[in-house]
Design a protein around this ligand. Sequence first.
Ligand code: C2E
Ligand code: CA
Ligand code: CA
Length: 843
Amino acid sequence: MKRLSALAWPLCYLGAALLDQTMLVAGQSYGPLNLSVGIALLAMLEKGFGVIPWLGVAVLAAQLLPAALQPNLLLVLAELASVAAITVALRPVYQKSVWAVSDALQLLLCSGGIGATLFWLLHTLLATSLGWHWDAHSAPMSWLAFTLSCLLCVTGYRSFILDRKLLRANWLIETTTVVTITASGAMLMLGNFDVASLQFTYLCFPLMVWAALRLGQISNSLLITVILLILASAPVRAVMSDGLVVAQQFLLLIALQTGIWLAVVRRENALAMAEAKVAKQVFQHASEGIMMISADHRLLAVNPAFTRITGYSEGEAVGRPSRIFDTRPGNPNLYQSMLLEQLSAHGHWEGEMLDKRKSGELYPAWLSISAVHDHEGRLSRYVGVFSDYTSRKQAEQRATFLATHDSLTGLYNRNGFHEALSQALTRASTKRRGLALLFIDLDRFKSINDTLGHDVGDQLLRIVAQRLRQHLKQDDIIARLGGDEFTVVLENIHQVNQAAQVAERILQALAESYHLHGQELFVTGSIGISMYPNDGSHAMQLMRNADLAMYRAKDLGKNALQFYAQEMNRESSQQFSLQSALRFALERQQFSLVFQPQMNLATGQLSGMECLLRWQHPELGWISPAEFIPLAEETGMIIPIGHWVLRQACLTAESWRQAGIMVPKMAVNLSVRQFKPGVLVDQVATVLADTGFPPYLLELEVTESLIMRRLNEAVQIMDALKMMGVSLAIDDFGTGYSSLSQLKNLPLDILKIDRSFVEGIPADQDDTAIAQTIIAMAKKLGLSVVAEGVETVAQMQALREAGCDSMQGYYYSRPLTAVQMENLMRRLQGMHLRAEEVESVQG
Ligand code: C2E
Ligand code: CA
Ligand code: CA
């Protein structure tokens, strides 16, 4: 049922007023029944004062009824004014969802104290001034009728709205039975009235109390209403004096108010029980361990999770003193005194605590403990909730380990190393001791990684880490900073030769052979050493200096150790300035291209050219690509530079073609970093399209390490380039790890024999044999062969005999500027020189 709507309230009010009116004894303006007052109060409490005009309409409507049914208008107005006064006072209490005993008392005070008293005053005033019937019983009767009605209606309606969902069929049966028994009893007593039987009224009390306790406030209100109706009925009024009616009314008021209180208590209890039930469920099924601890620190109750975590059963735990409060020595918790202090000061503590399981194992627990006080503020118990923190703790430890350690080798990583180094430096400075920092870099590791793959590279690094651990002391600091760079800190070192001994030992260990994937590999290392405090007093300085020393060791032929010396600083600052200068070289147009002609060994004609990059630095002069290309690769500058070279080469060659010159193939060098899927192919296509240079004249030179690094990817890129019509050459052949058979499946056109093999021809028999073999096998694979770095006529002749197709080198021509190259091509074209005559165009 929805709450009575705005219109329903005035209708109810009208009905109640008519009922009141019909129950009146003729000639009186009031009686023991005044239900309309209670309904009016309910209407205002529920709907607010906006309902007053509607109640007014109902009052006016009643005035149209036959005179006997018309309520007294003045009396009604007095009633409504009193009801409005109650409403103002009672509203906040009425809106509470759960009433306490004090709220029920407040209802009594508002109804009886404020409302009924005001009404009684107004009623007295009206009756005396207008000469209505008024005797000694009138005032108490109207006061009691008013109060009873308010209490009945407000509590009955409220309980009905709140509890109606809980009402069951047997409730209805019980209530009906009780009400019927009470009603018939009351009728018997009051109807056949004699003073002696009035005492039986008291019998009603236990019944009413029982009804309120068992069946709640609705039954209580119903019961009293029925008795009130009987009391007000004509037959009873006919036999009972007004004085006795008032006495009965008074008894009813007491019974009603007692019932209200009992019903409130009953409700409170029911709620508390429901809450206790939920709490018990939580207690039983929580995944956290929960314990109740008495004020004298003994365990009162523990839940199943407690048993699961600690291993102690409920029986073993309950009654024992709690460890939390154990202050005897031997308690592993450092902060326990803080816990106890905070608990007594703030009533709560939360934090980590070490606890011991039944098995004796210590484990970290996250504990939250609160003091519980009773309603008088005395400490009654503590409630502790805790969870096993072990797995979280382990995860935390793992995370901190990973933050400071290298996942591949388990050594310190850069972060961990910096931390360890700074601690070691603090120790060294406080104890006035020396320290050595070793910077270890593997030689040629990059080419192993490139040719044999990252898996092999990773395994190799792991073995290196293992060997370092084996040959160093337990408390030496070892780290992998990244790639193939390792560092070692040796503490308590005072003499250079102490550090040198350790470094020697490491070099020897590294140089032993590595067996990986059935292959035997040899790798060496270069070590740079800086000493504290001589070579630097703080970490950055020591690191930098050891790094410099390591580079010096590499320069001096690798597989060596080198101590830092002051002059190294100067050289490195030069390199640094080179690096920054390189960044601006492109935009400041310091790059240019030179072109080195290639000669067909069979015909003696110009067969192609290789374009080579030149950098003219305003202060440093010409800088060799052998010097700056690796730098550009390191910094990533090679990408824009390489793009510029490709475009410039095609532009130049195309401008020659436009000038009517027969241009042979143009070879352009590519760096590893340019060889990116998606990037390179697009770049080449765009440059060709933009410049109009035909693809069949473009040759791209790549090194073997570049191809072997990621074979599948490289083949895809090469295939795409071939599809465009571009030729592909393999540069510096013979210097890497790959064998000819590995080239078999690659879409290559040209093979360039590295200068290092050409150098020894024809004097060195090995070199000659190698060159001959390479040429023979390349022919079998259908590749055309170019020999690089040909400087003498003997070399040329030997290569021609071996079947080499073309040559490139100082013997034929040094690299030429674009203008020189253009002139050469024009001359050659005009003269149609024979092979012998061309042989030394450079002269
Ligand atoms: P590379 O590709 O092997 O180029 C051949 C190098 O050998 C050139 O040195 C050339 O001047 C030199 N050379 C030619 N004939 C002879 C000879 O008869 N005797 C001697 N001793 N040397 C000879 P350069 O120009 O200094 O270039 C060095 C390297 O720099 C090149 O080796 C190439 O790897 C790289 N490089 C040059 N230009 C570029 C470029 O535009 N892009 C890329 N990625 N690399 C380039
Ligand atoms: Ca080249
Ligand atoms: Ca080369």
